[in-house]
Design a protein. Structure first.
Length: 373
């Protein structure tokens, strides 16, 4: 896209690195006149040493402040590189972008403390300086200040981009964690984190096969579901928590999984098969518990490309339609990045953007902090 064409558009960049921490998702999206037109996208790999550094910060450890400060700057530089690579690929000038919406990388999410907090890294000062583009970030903490959990934030975007006046829809994002948004045809909405999406499957295959993810769920397909393990996993207290609720690596991680498998003699592939079933069943349980029946379910996030997981969800949810969010105009892998581009637009326009039925906040607020160039 040429800069002449871009200059008349309302272009924003969205940057997202999720719980799985496999890469930075970067998109350019045209948000003019209530459009949600994806212009270009980029999957930018995070250097493995930085990836491991960030993963190590997700749970308590030694010398956290120094390690966090360094990782914050390092990730800020990579986010800037991802932005510049995307602009070069798209033939768009930085001057044609209104703002970057950057989620940053969550390294701690503690919504249940007496003084709840959430923490994302990826220095926005570095991003703004390196790219020459106004950067909006820190979207979650204003919602927390208003009594919310700061998550999930994507449901507000789902409502703006995907709601239908004819059908009750569920939008399910399967990233590291899985979250669900209910979009009623009458305008009702609801959103919350379900529990683990890919995070346990990714962690298990990383430990046992040194792979970052189970391609198409093939390793899980080679194993058999162990009912004893599945029953134990389903007792996790988060799954019974009342709404609103949000979760992360603090609740679902490799150490928790290994604690649950330590007394069982199972093959590694049987554990992987059981983890896939765990994700599928927890998602389907929440579909069944929505305030009204849905007949359309759209999947986004990397889990949409796990063939075995999708087949299992289709079986559990039959006869409901399960489709990729690309059928609604935005491919599954780019929805979350697009959401943060949209949130940046709302911030720049000083408009409220949290969905209180998702986060539990007392009221809607303007989210995000703006770092000008």
């Amino acid at each position: 896209m040429s800069s002449d064409k871009a200059s008349s558009s309302n272009l924003y960049i969205g940057l997202m690195s999720g719980t799985s921490l496999d890469s930075i998702d970067a998109v350019v999206i045209d948000l003019s006149n209530q459009k949600f037109q994806l212009i270009d996208s980029l999957d930018y790999k995070i250097p493995e040493d930085l990836r491991q550094q960030l993963i190590s910060l997700c749970l308590p450890g030694d010398n956290e402040i120094d390690r966090m400060g360094e990782a914050d700057r390092a990730l800020g530089k990579e986010l800037a590189k991802a932005t510049k690579t995307l602009l070069e690929q798209s033939h768009i000038h930085a001057a044609d972008i209104v703002a970057i919406g950057c989620h940053g990388q969550t390294i701690r999410h503690r919504p249940k403390l007496a003084n709840p907090f959430t923490l994302q890294v990826g220095d926005p000062n570095t991003i703004a300086y390196e790219t020459g583009i106004t950067t909006v970030t820190d979207f979650r903490r204003k919602d927390m200040a208003a009594g919310g959990q700061g998550a999930p934030l994507a449901p507000a975007f789902h409502q703006a981009a995907f709601a239908s006046s004819k059908h009750n829809r569920a939008i399910i994002n399967i990233g590291g964690m899985a979250n669900i948004t209910y979009l009623g045809s009458n305008g009702d909405n609801l959103g919350f984190d379900i529990g683990p999406g890919n995070i346990l499957m990714d962690s298990w295959i990383k430990k046992n096969q040194q792979k970052n993810y189970d391609n198409n769920g093939e390793w899980a397909k080679s194993g058999k579901i162990n009912q004893a393990l599945l029953t134990q996993l389903m007792t996790h207290p988060y799954l019974k928590q009342p709404l609103p609720k949000s979760t992360g690596r603090e609740d679902f991680n490799l150490a928790w999984l290994e604690k649950n498998t330590s007394s069982l003699t199972l093959s590694t592939q049987d554990i992987q098969a059981t983890l896939l079933e765990f994700t599928a069943q927890t998602i389907n349980n929440e579909i069944e518990n929505l305030p009204a029946a849905v007949n359309e379910i759209y999947i986004c996030g990397g889990g949409a490309y796990n063939t075995q997981l999708m087949l299992r969800l289709e079986s559990l949810a039959h006869p409901k339609l399960i489709a990729n969010s690309s059928q609604l105009g935005i491919p599954a892998e780019w929805v979350e990045a697009a959401a943060f581009a949209w949130l940046a637009k709302k911030t720049m326009e000083r408009k409220h953007a949290n969905l209180v039925n998702a986060t539990g906040a007392r009221e809607t607020v303007i989210l995000g902090a703006v770092y000008y160039v």
